[in-house]
Ligand binder design. Structure first.
Ligand SMILES: *[C@@H]1O[C@H](CO)[C@@H](O)[C@H](O)[C@H]1NC(C)=O
Ligand SMILES: *[C@@H]1O[C@H](CO)[C@@H](O)[C@H](O)[C@H]1NC(C)=O
Length: 355
């Protein structure tokens, strides 16, 4: 951003916040996906995020309901890992499938995101874990090529330097500052199971991202310069101690904001309706009980007749030799003095109360 613009932006921001007081602080929208991909094993009803070392994953992608720009071949996998401080960028051809053997050592966590030729996103998959190969002998597959030079980047969170597997509180900022390389730089935030965010800068100044992921969400971040030198870290997680306003994003608008006066009014209306419904249902309930009481008298007579063949009593619910003392039925002496369970007394009580 040029120096002349640096004053204009805060000014514009001030004007905007005066006219739209409930509009929240700016946030970075995620890249609207153009397609989606997965590499679920066939026959597994859900993806199990484990890969053995050198297992070949079968990546398939497709444009379904995605509304981003039309995807264009060739496609790229961007792979973030817990074991390397740069992303791996693997050419995946023109698709719509691609097989790749995962070479990372056991214990590595990795996450794949996809992009098309023009940088349109295909989203990011879950974080997978590499486990030792199950076939005998050392695993054999082509190892990854480590880039000749990587980018030097200083990363910070609100309270100091960012650690590789750190937790950054939600709605606080992560800032990355390139120390070498050639502008423009792209900061990419790649949350698991979520489209990525890109922030681009033409200078070596810090790029900041507000952690707009809720508590516990994992994500990787990377910085790539114009010559393809790169840096990455993660998996990071969103922490729970920050504010939450940024998580509302654009959902909290003037239309959906319920002011206190409206909600108090709604509360009173709700109370009145509740009271009316309560009175009505009590009346109906009482009427029903009076009829049920009459029916109960008949049923009582019927039960006395049918108890001559107690079907349920024949089912052995417990071995007969077990110590039944702990299952002793409540005897009449256990019933407190002031509870009358004599036949008809409840009926009489209800009849007396409702009439
Ligand atoms: C690739 O190299 C790393 C060390 O750089 C090693 O730990 C890993 O096992 C290798 N992968 C394969 C498939 O040989
Ligand atoms: C987003 O960033 C990645 C690098 O991390 C880049 O390959 C891609 O082209 C970028 N896409 C857009 C739309 O800027």
């Amino acid at each position: 951003m040029e120096a002349s613009n640096s004053l204009l932006v805060p000014l514009l921001g001030l004007v905007f916040s005066t006219f739209f007081p409930s509009t929240h602080a700016s946030y970075t929208p995620f890249l609207t996906p153009s397609f989606s991909f997965n590499y679920n094993s066939p026959g597994q009803p859900l993806s199990i995020p484990i890969t053995t070392q050198c297992e070949t994953i079968h990546v398939t992608w497709k444009r379904k309901t995605e509304i981003g720009p039309d995807p264009t071949a060739p496609y790229l996998l961007h792979i973030y890992t817990s074991a390397f401080v740069f992303p791996f960028i693997i050419a995946a051809g023109s698709g719509p499938t691609f097989d790749w053997a995962v070479p990372f050592p056991p214990g590595t966590q990795y996450q794949i995101c996809m992009f098309d030729k023009n940088g349109n996103a295909g989203g990011c998959q879950a974080i997978y874990t590499v486990i030792p190969s199950t076939s005998p002998g050392p695993p054999t597959c082509q190892n990854v090529t480590v880039p000749a030079s990587s980018l030097d980047v200083e990363a910070a969170a609100a309270h100091g330097p960012l650690s590789q597997f750190g937790w950054v509180d939600q709605c606080t900022q992560v800032s990355v500052t390139p120390k070498n390389g050639t502008p423009p730089y792209t900061l990419t935030v790649a949350p698991a199971l979520h489209p990525p965010y890109n922030i681009t800068s033409n200078t070596m100044r810090s790029m900041k991202w507000t952690v707009s992921q809720s508590w516990g969400s994992p994500f990787f971040i990377s910085v790539v310069d114009s010559l393809g030198n790169s840096w990455a870290t993660g998996p990071l997680h969103s922490g729970g101690n920050g504010p939450t306003a940024c998580l509302a994003l654009d959902d909290v608008s003037d239309e959906t904001w319920v002011g206190p006066a409206v909600s108090v009014g709604a509360g009173v209306v709700g109370l009145v309706i509740g009271l009316l419904v309560g009175i009505a249902s009590t009346y109906i309930f009482m009427k029903y009980r009076r009829r049920a009481a009459l029916r109960g008298a008949f049923r009582g007579a019927f039960n006395r007749l049918s108890s001559a063949s107690p079907l349920l009593g024949d089912v052995p619910l417990a071995p007969s030799n077990s110590d039944t003392s702990q299952y002793r039925p409540v005897s009449s002496s256990d019933v407190p003095e002031n509870v009358h369970v004599q036949d008809g007394s409840l009926r009489d009580a209800i009849r007396g109360w409702s009439s």
